[in-house]
Design a protein. Sequence first.
Length: 269
Amino acid sequence: MALRDRLLRPLATVASYPASDKVDVQLSKALWRLFINEDDVVREILALCSRLEVLCVGELKVIQVYMQRYSIPKRCFTVSFDAKAGLIEYQIKRHYEYLSDSKDGTPLPAYLRTIGVDMLFPHALQFIDNPEKLFLADANQKSPMTEYFELLANLNHIMAISNTLIEKIDEDPFHKYIAHQLALLYRAVDHLGSRKQQYKQMILERFEEIKNACQNIDHRTSQSTITPEMKEWILKLTTSLTDTIRSLPHDITEQMQPFINFYLKYNSY
């Protein structure tokens, strides 16, 4: 009987959880930085505005597609944009609390105009000032950052393809994708200014040879017939591309010049 009673009892008793021990885990939020001076805070605010600008431009394209399809104005944001933009706006406001301007009672939109956000990130400022304004904004509005963002995206695309080839060149299952990756690289190097013709010619000269080698399978080994010399050539090409982009030569970064000129002119903080 005693054994039966023990078997009927719970193996463990769940203890109560004190509310004071509760921890909120917010994986979407970055760690809070320790700022040394106000200049650090301003730079962080500008970085957050740049992220918000990219989100706003993307959302404006969604709004344009909606209007073209249904011929009526869109009156609400997508869920993903609403969440991401709201989080960035919250972070900007939190940073602003650490600046003396906020303590003087200067509204956030007015302060952002003094540091050039209306020129650099016009859509971000419209959203912060009044989210409703974004529905009437021009997605094609240019700013000194327009070319900057486009160039960075294109250079990042080249880096991503090159790094993929470098990392996977010795993996046999990947060989069937090499020709496709080289074709993408051939189009991507259009954004390398005066150097594009040099790299296009390099890829064009060996593309068919490498494509055939990757498609041909050696039945004895069940592997492609790409040779070590071909692999070495691909590594040389991709390493040259990544090294060139990391050095940021003037002929490639010329599109960034409007932003650089603006920064030098208005960087008074």
